[in-house]
Design a protein. Structure first.
Length: 327
């Protein structure tokens, strides 16, 4: 597996995990957030209706008084509203009122009249001066049938007359929650696709840069004369470093070859000088060399010495060139 594919897989794995985590957290927060907003609205509604119901509670007409008639009228009203693309034709809340003992004295649906509701948290906690609310399934077998109940005390001054509860099915918010989740999921897929495209382009660019430098290094190792590839950023710096290393290595190889050749060249004049010196040295019991031979050997020693001096000068010049390359 080449480095480009490794980088792509690592990058995509990190982005995928990050997107999955963010998406999961966001989607999981959509439903509670919407329900919290609905609960806040129900709190305002319950407290407002509790104030409107107080007069009928005082005179004992909560079941058939003006408050009851107005609530039933609202339930029958044709709304015809469009909320963010969703149609709303009628209200979908339910109002119940209990007396100070927790017994239901008014129910907009007419279902629970006379029932003791103190077992429910909304009534039980409100009768004790606390905030009362609950979310209960209307169908125990259906987890999507939950209904939110929010209660408010009905008071006459400091005296507690009863409890008014406003109930609204959580299912009413399901279309908004589903649409929000769809939007999050859709944009999450767009993010993943964009991340994959960016990762592919980055991996291709990285693989291309490294591939060019690898081919250049292989060609240099094979002794070929190739130009430095066109690379960018730090890869360009790496390419120039490789080029400098190649130049220095080629210079060292040339020096080694040149020194080796000069060494062999020095052996010849040294042998000639040594031979001439041996011949010029007088030996006991042998006649001296003729003057002409002596002059020839002396001239030969001078010529070979001059040749050696030229070779030494070439070595010094080569050393100076090597020194300048290092600078």
């Amino acid at each position: 597996m080449n480095i480009g594919l490794r980088v792509l897989l690592g990058y995509f794995l990190i982005v995928a995990l990050a997107a999955l985590l963010v998406g999961k957290v966001f989607v999981e927060q959509v439903k509670p957030g919407v329900r919290q907003a609905m609960e806040d609205t129900l709190i305002d509604t319950a407290n407002m209706l509790a104030e409107l119901a107080a007069d009928d509670m005082l005179i004992g007409r909560i079941a058939d008084g003006q408050f009851a008639r107005r609530i039933r009228a609202v339930r029958q009203r044709e709304i015809g509203a469009e909320v963010s693309g969703f149609s709303k034709r009628r209200t979908n809340f339910r109002v119940t009122v209990t007396d100070a003992r927790g017994v239901v004295v008014f129910d907009s649906d007419g279902l629970d009249l006379g029932r003791n509701n103190t077992r429910w948290n909304d009534v039980h906690r409100t009768l004790r001066g606390q905030y009362g609310a609950r979310s209960t399934r209307s169908d125990p077998a259906d987890e999507d049938s939950t209904v939110m109940h929010v209660a408010a005390p009905v008071r006459d001054g400091a005296r507690l007359l009863g409890v008014l509860t406003v109930a609204k099915p959580n299912r009413a918010m399901a279309p908004f929650i589903a649409r929000s989740q769809d939007v999050v999921s859709r944009w999450g897929m767009v993010l993943m696709g964009t991340a994959l495209l960016v990762g592919v382009l980055a991996a291709w660019w990285l693989s291309r840069q490294l591939g060019a430098l690898r081919r250049y290094a292989d060609a240099v190792a094979a002794g070929e004369r190739v130009d430095l590839p066109d690379t960018a950023g730090e890869f360009g710096d790496l390419g120039r470093a490789l080029q400098q290393m190649r130049i220095k290595l080629e210079g060292k190889q040339y020096v080694e070859q040149y020194v080796h050749a000069l060494t062999h060249e020095l052996k010849s004049p040294l042998a000639a000088i040594r031979g001439a010196a041996e011949l010029l040295e007088p030996c006991p019991g042998q006649p001296p060399l003729p003057e002409a031979d002596r002059a020839r050997f002396v001239a030969n020693i001078g010529a070979q010495g001059q040749r050696m001096a030229q070779m030494v000068d070439k070595l010094l010049a080569l050393a100076a060139v090597e020194h300048r390359q290092r600078i």
